[in-house]
Design a protein. Sequence first.
Length: 556
Amino acid sequence: MRIKTACAFLLSMSLLARQPEHARHAMVVVQEPLAADVGLRVLQSGGNAIDAAVAVAFALAVTYPYAGNIGGGGFLLARFADGRTTFIDFREKAPLAATRNMYLDSKGNVTKDSLVGWRASGVPGTVRGMELAHQKYGRKPWAELLDPALKLAAEGFPVSYSFATSLHSENEMKLLSQFPESKRVFLETAHYGDKFVQPDLAATLKRIRDRGASDFYEGETAQKLAAAMASNGGLITLADLKAYQAAEQEPLRGRYHGDEIITAPPPSAGGVGLLQMLGMLEGSGYEKTGAGSAASIHYVAEVMRRFYADRSEYFGDPDFFKVPVRKLLDPRYIASRRSSIDPAHATPSGQIRPGELGAHESTETTHFNIVDNDGNAVAVTYTLNAGYGSGVTVPGLGFLLNDEMDDFAAKPGAENLFHLIQGEANAIQPGKRPISNMTPTIITRDGKLFLMLGAPGGSRIINGVLQVILNVEDFHMNAQDAVDAPRFHHQWMPDMLYVEQGISPDTVALLRAMGHEVSPLEGSSPVVARVETILNAGGWLQGAADPRGNGKAEGY
Ligand code: GLY
């Protein structure tokens, strides 16, 4: 029965198989097509991958306000053709006036303030992050990279079906209509097929183009943002904005089957999670029953369960808390976690604790990959947190603010938006960065770029990225098949194995028989992340946009 299920799955895969986009020289994979076009044009006109990433990030802030942003933050991972790597952290920070219990009511219950409204925002990092990346590694003039975004905002672009339906969905209407400026700028202006013009955002982008990030953090934009915060009960001040710096650090590294994995260090939990889970899988033989088999899903789910238990305890901003990265990735520790996996039965999460070391999900973040003609690779994941962030558009500035404060443990031990339980290490402190799941990742084989990927999807990001890597590394799929294959998700608590449509009812029955509580994903968040991928194989770049979204892969 197990073999039959695996065969049925593989058959359906091959019947449905789509080809990835192929290109010889350069590739962009972006979750919104107009922004993808911007990136490709920058590459074709002599820009490098960093230039294209900067241009795409600003373009997405115009064409994909769901997650593209200048009011949020994220991570940029780069591997240059000469082998150098860098990780630019432009994660939002808690304002200086933030306090540990700021999202608890008088009875100690968690309020909605970390998710909606003026008090939900961390200090945005995107503009500083892009400027840092450009100053250190860019080739084209800054203004030239801002121009496409400025043009899209000033002249407008047709509202696509996916933008219109996301904006006018019940949840987003409810969120945005609470804030008059968001209602005016987005709900009353962006209708399917119409041209969507954003004059306020165009003016903001023009100032950033002409004066650089200092406009956003110290100049007119900063003054207006701080004034709006003050009159609406928000916490971000001019001092917060002035103090914000993006940080450059070494990426995290590990290996799987000899390939080098270059990925996100803390304050992301993603890279550590990815390496720990790959470590538990390597040599386990989990893949022998085939892609999509109940036995392989079970084993990977057990691995996920164990990592997410650690995630609940051991992650916080490394400037405030010493994340035990070395211990979490110690081969002996990983082996001991692996030895507790029963290949035939689910371990109830109640029996798994964070190891002894001696969301509802909304898929609102966004990820893009760029490879240029020289072989430089840039992977960016950035976000407003929930779709359309806190719902607040800053009056006169035209951009939405994040609700990243919800990525902190508002009350250690209680669930956040993504039903993640988090500990003291991730409690709110002024100037601190909340723990993220964002996992931009680049893999090299024999010293050359092999695979790059990343995803939105809240707590499901790490597991989405993991499964696409396994589909390539262990099941030898091409980029598109690896991304298209149905996925699953386990995050320890709740003790539930979530499965996408496409995992067969027979397989689900086998998983239940092994003791898993299985919940088919449906409703407003039916997917396990949306993973954008570039695979470098046989002299071709394969670009794959995830069909769970509306992205575009294009190259030359
Ligand atoms: N805001 C989603 C994440 O950083 O994980």
